[in-house]
Ligand binder design. Structure first.
Ligand code: 4AD
Ligand code: MG
Length: 461
């Protein structure tokens, strides 16, 4: 007999004479003549109730079916007499596959998220994390569906690279040099020509530059993979390793880029609502009471759009006292981004045309000469979840930008070649996958939407 997943058992159309379930014991309650076991196999939020009668030959093992133990149950699927669930299983045979003693950390009592992070190898067995990681899996699939249905080509951009796309210097070095005795140049600097790749190499901060190469060949492409930032910011929204979705579109301007970003975010929300309804309901009960209302609100309305200059104006007129006072030319801090999305517009807002000095070398310079076609999508509760732009397609302007950013043309010869041969206006953006998951689940800390968080000082598991 093959195993039935609990998700399917709970959705059964009719009773079943014989069923095989495998999973982990969440709780067990013993009465005089029988025991109730709540069995969960992670296929859905809910567990199924198993009734083990004291007259069963296997009943001598019941004491081993403790919280956390793995269990195999054969029996009948019958209509439940109890309220709250349609089906339950009357056991005929059960085997404790792997025991768990009283030291099992996930006993029934509620645990703090901080404690659960310390046991990231066990937390997927909790309701909350089972739900988070099912949604994560579903949305990873939905991302491919969205782009594939639109004819976008999935490109695997490299994880090891020699370029710093964002120019923020937040790179993790990839090196095989002996840290105690690195080879030195005559001037006494470390001689990276003797390193593994013959020059300095890093973990990528973004697949964008390579995605641009493919967009100027295959027209519509996307990359979806891990990215790395050695940014020493210990916030609830920053991780050192996170996943990013980066579409890149040839013959597309900033308007088209903003339209795609909005359609994409709404698609993912709709998909989660449709395919992870039980898990979202759980989040709205236990994590964030306003979650479902907020998601519906976001789906129903067009996102707002506002230029950086307008945003500075709004912030100035707000009458708020900011921790970081803000004037034209300053970066928007989290408090400003959240004010715009949460209090002013009360919905997602795309801020565009940022000062040239704040943004990387590849963004297209506007007519005014002092702003670039950047766009950041800000959402309530989180702030920025998308960063993108139209790219500078004019060779001369790009070269000037590179000079201003102290980038050597020699290192980016292939990037400038794209402007030398058949250049086109093109645009793209990056959606932080974990930030999107925070938005969809209401989970407030990025450490709790990634299986094993890497943050400054933390690399356990
Ligand atoms: O705004 P960013 O830095 O943009 C880029 O990397 C562009 N090259 C993307 C592109 O145009 N193809 O990052 C994009 C998004 C942010 O909006 C945010 O959601 C997420 O990536 N992000 C992070 N998420 C978690 N932890 C971090 N440290 C993040 N840094 C950026
Ligand atoms: Mg950004």
């Amino acid at each position: 007999m093959s195993r039935t997943l609990i998700k399917d058992a709970l959705l059964a159309a009719a009773p079943m004479e014989a069923i095989l379930l495998q999973g982990w014991v969440r709780t067990r309650r013993d009465a005089k003549a029988f025991s109730f076991i709540e069995l969960n196999d992670g296929s859905c939020l809910k567990g199924i109730q198993v009734i083990a009668d004291a007259s069963l030959p296997d009943y001598v093992h019941i004491a081993k079916a403790n919280t956390g133990a793995s269990l195999e149950v054969r029996g009948k699927l019958v209509a439940s007499k109890g309220s709250g669930q349609k089906w339950e299983v009357v056991a005929e045979k059960f085997t404790v596959v792997g025991e768990a003693d009283a030291t099992y950390p996930l006993q029934k009592k509620g645990h703090t998220l901080e404690f659960l992070r310390e046991i990231a190898h066990l937390r997927p067995r909790s309701n909350l994390f089972g739900a988070v990681f099912r949604v994560r899996s579903r949305l990873a699939y939905a991302i491919h569906q969205f782009f594939q249905a639109k004819g976008f080509c999935y490109v695997h951009t490299p994880i090891i690279t020699a370029s710093d796309c964002e120019g923020a210097g937040e790179l993790f070095r990839v090196s095989t040099l002996d840290p105690l005795h690195p080879p030195k140049t005559e001037q006494g600097a470390i001689d990276y020509t003797q390193d593994f790749f013959g020059k300095q190499a890093y973990l990528t901060v973004s697949g964008q530059l390579e995605a641009e190469i493919f967009a100027t060949a295959l027209s519509n492409v996307y990359t979806f993979g891990p990215t790395f930032r050695a940014e020493n910011s210990n916030t609830s929204r920053h991780a050192s390793e996170f996943w990013m979705i980066e579409p890149e579109i040839a013959f597309c301007d900033l308007q088209g880029n903003m339209d795609l970003a909005e359609e994409f975010v709404k698609y993912l929300i709709r998909d989660a609502k449709e395919h992870c309804a039980g898990d979202l309901e759980f989040f709205s009960k236990f994590v964030d009471k306003d979650l479902l209302v907020r998601l519906d609100f976001v789906l129903e309305r067009p996102f707002q759009r506002c230029s950086y200059t307008e945003a500075i104006d709004i912030l100035g007129r707000s009458g708020k006292t900011w921790e970081h006072p803000v004037a034209w030319g300053d970066n928007l801090q989290s408090e400003h981004e959240r004010f715009l999305a949460e209090e002013h517009f009360k919905c997602p807002v795309t801020v565009y045309n940022y000062p040239r000095t704040l943004k990387p070398f590849y963004m297209r310079v506007n007519e005014d000469g002092r702003t670039v076609t950047a766009m950041d999508l800000l959402v309530p509760g989180i702030g920025e979840i998308i960063g993108g732009s139209q790219r500078e397609e004019r060779l001369d302007v790009l070269r000037e930008n590179m000079r201003a950013h102290h980038l050597s043309e020699k290192d980016y010869w292939w990037y400038t070649d794209l402007r030398r041969y058949g250049t086109v206006p093109h645009s793209g953006f990056g959606l932080g996958f974990e930030r999107m998951l925070m938005f969809v689940t209401g989970v407030a800390n990025i450490r709790d939407v990634i299986p094993f968080a890497r943050t400054p000082g933390t690399v356990e598991f």
